[in-house]
Write a protein that binds this ligand. Structure first.
Ligand SMILES: [Zn+2]
Length: 151
């Protein structure tokens, strides 16, 4: 995960209000959610790499990677990656935001495809999901992958 929030907000049109700004940033940033998930997985005895460069030459860092099992976990912020439940488009500078967020989502799908072609399984969790559920989902896929290689 790249916490683009501050960087993008500096370069983007100013939020029309403090409310709009809060909606963009969200109550829980991607980096905070990612940190929580890393601690939880660590507590459960899982070992992983963070910000892992899984594909040589491709600008795609995996938030939480299990290189042995080839599992890539991404923590996606509801605003930046457009979760269907919390999709909110700022009223001001709408066209700019539409283009920006569409590019984010298109890049996510391209990265998913590139990773899958290289034999990775991609798990994406939303920041609105409680951390225990994020960890359960990652473990389910991990155990599934390990079961598959054993059999
Ligand atoms: Zn959401």
């Amino acid at each position: 995960m790249h916490d683009l929030t501050d960087e993008v907000l500096q370069r983007s049109p100013p939020a029309s209000s403090e409310h709009a700004r809060r909606v963009m940033v969200g109550n829980r940033s991607e980096s905070a959610a990612e940190r929580e998930l890393r601690s939880e997985l660590h507590r459960r005895g899982r070992r992983f790499r963070k910000q892992y460069q899984a594909l040589p030459g491709v600008r795609c860092r995996v938030d939480i990677a299990f290189p042995g099992a080839r599992i890539a976990v991404f923590v996606d912020g509801c605003f930046w990656h457009r979760c269907a439940e919390h999709v909110v488009m700022p009223k001001a500078n709408r066209a700019w935001w539409e283009a920006k967020l569409s590019r984010n989502v298109a890049r996510d799908r391209r990265n998913d495809q590139a990773l899958e072609q290289a034999g990775w399984r991609v798990v994406r969790v939303w920041t609105h999901v409680p951390v225990s559920e994020m960890a359960d989902e990652a473990e389910r896929v991990l155990d599934d992958a390990q079961g598959a290689t054993k059999s």
